[in-house]
Design a binder for this molecule. Structure first.
Ligand code: FAD
Ligand code: PHB
Length: 391
């Protein structure tokens, strides 16, 4: 016999999207239950993104959470290093808000501290066999299992925050969703290394392929190296990794240091639409994937849950279902605008360097786009607004 409970909202997934949504609901006095298939220590140590953009700093300020959740200032510059020559782009701003340093791991840890340890919210780790009932005319239900047996949560709304391979999107019947995929045709080797950060974040462009160096704390950097989709981790022993970093940054004096983690990331964009069905609403990687070049994946997950939290609050507190009904239409223009930016960044950073990818014409036009960031104030302004998430 399953253990039965009722709650207004069930959130599936305790990543950035699920935990932020739960925190916003809790601040608004709305009860929810969060279900996570991993244990707490796994969720707290997963590494990925590094910066919360200015739009989302402003969002956390609006929810009175910025200083409890986010880290300190981050460089407002990018070294677009071309053939070993540095050109430092200064991110201009039209208001006082700046992006803040906050690794994904730091944000998740702070969310868990505020949400679970301080506000006493109900986050259930290590659950298995999550299933969703979401049919017209019957109350939505989420079932799962844990060490105590089977549970059934009857609810009003379900938030699917369980990323690309979760159960939420998969529960939507065939024929409802359209999936739009763009593969860029190459991958990144993403390596977390123990090394002091450079003076500015580096986006390195050269015939040898793209290299990025992004800060992950005072003594840690994430390096990104363009590689083939066919590459295996075994193709990238430490010596090759450091040799390629030296070649692509033009920094021959850089010494090898410890590589803490490495993974291969194919560069692709994916958008699913609509991002709601019945009483199920998708947010974050469950709804879309961004290539990491523009640093927008985590930031769009935060945008989604800002919109979804406001819509759920209107529904639960004020009985106004209109914002929930409009959720997909509210979120989609922003998602496409940032897919456009991420694709601009990805094409520009790779085409400008590697002429074997799309030929000399694409290489020269990509370099012209990059030059415009330094020579055309209007181009610099729009690039800054995209980087800040304010476009
Ligand atoms: P996740 O953080 O993946 O959380 C989903 C949660 O759901 C997980 O905890 C998972 O265990 C849980 N779950 C899954 N299935 C189930 C289930 N069946 N039942 C219960 N729980 C389940 N973004 C940026 O903004 N900036 C960056 O610089 C950046 N860099 C990146 C670098 C790399 C190498 C990668 C891979 C990604 C990067 N991203 C970046 C993207 C960013 O990490 C994601 O967009 C972000 O994690 C999405 O948050 P989420 O909450 O939707 O998903
Ligand atoms: C990152 O911190 O991983 C990052 C930052 C800026 C980018 C891309 C990635 O444009």
């Amino acid at each position: 016999m399953a253990i039965q409970e009722n709650t207004p909202v069930v959130i599936i997934g305790a990543g950035v999207a699920g935990l932020t949504l739960a925190t916003f609901l809790k601040v608004a006095g709305i009860t929810c239950i969060v279900l996570e298939r991993r244990d707490r220590s796994y969720v707290q140590t997963r590494q990925r993104a590094g910066v919360v953009d200015a739009r989302n700093v402003q969002m956390f300020e609006r929810w009175s959470l910025a200083d409890r959740l986010l880290g300190g200032p981050v460089a407002q510059t990018i070294d677009y290093r071309t053939d070993g020559v540095s050109r430092v782009f200064e991110i201009s701003k039209e208001d006082a808000v700046e992006g803040r340093f906050c690794t994904q791991q730091m944000l998740v840890n702070n969310l868990l501290r505020v949400l679970v340890d301080e506000m006493g919210a109900d986050v259930r780790f290590s659950v298995t066999d999550v299933t969703i009932r979401n049919e017209a005319g019957v109350a939505p239900q989420v079932a799962y299992a844990d060490a105590n047996g089977l549970h059934e949560l009857t609810c009003v709304h379900i938030a699917g925050c369980d990323a690309d391979r979760g159960v939420s999107r998969a529960s939507i019947p065939a024929g409802i969703l359209t999936t739009i995929i763009h593969d860029f045709g190459y991958a990144w080797l993403a390596a977390l290394v123990e090394a002091p950060v450079a003076a500015h974040p580096i986006m390195g462009i050269s015939e040898h392929g793209f290299v990025g160096q992004l800060p992950r704390g005072p003594h840690r950097s994430r390096y990104y190296l363009q590689c083939s989709l066919d590459d295996q981790l075994s193709d990238w022993p430490d010596q090759r990794l450091w040799d390629e970093i030296r070649l692509r940054t033009g920094d021959a004096g850089l010494t090898n240091s410890a590589v803490l983690e490495r993974e291969l990331v194919p560069l692709r964009s994916v958008v699913h639409v609509p991002i709601q069905h019945g009483q199920l609403f998708l947010a974050g990687d469950a709804a879309h994937l961004f290539p990491p070049t523009g640093a927008k994946g985590m930031n769009l997950a935060l945008f989604d849950v800002d919109m979804l939290a406001q819509a759920l609050i209107s529904a639960v507190r004020d009985d106004d279902l209109a914002p929930l009904a409009a959720y997909t239409d509210t979120v989609m223009p922003h998602v496409w605008r940032y897919q456009e930016f991420s694709s601009w960044m990805t094409n520009t950073m790779h085409d400008a360097g590697d002429s074997t990818l799309h030929g000399t014409f694409c290489q020269k036009t990509a370099r012209a786009r990059l030059d415009a960031l330094f020579d055309v104030p209007a181009a610099a302004r729009i690039h800054s607004e995209y980087l800040r998430g304010m476009a």
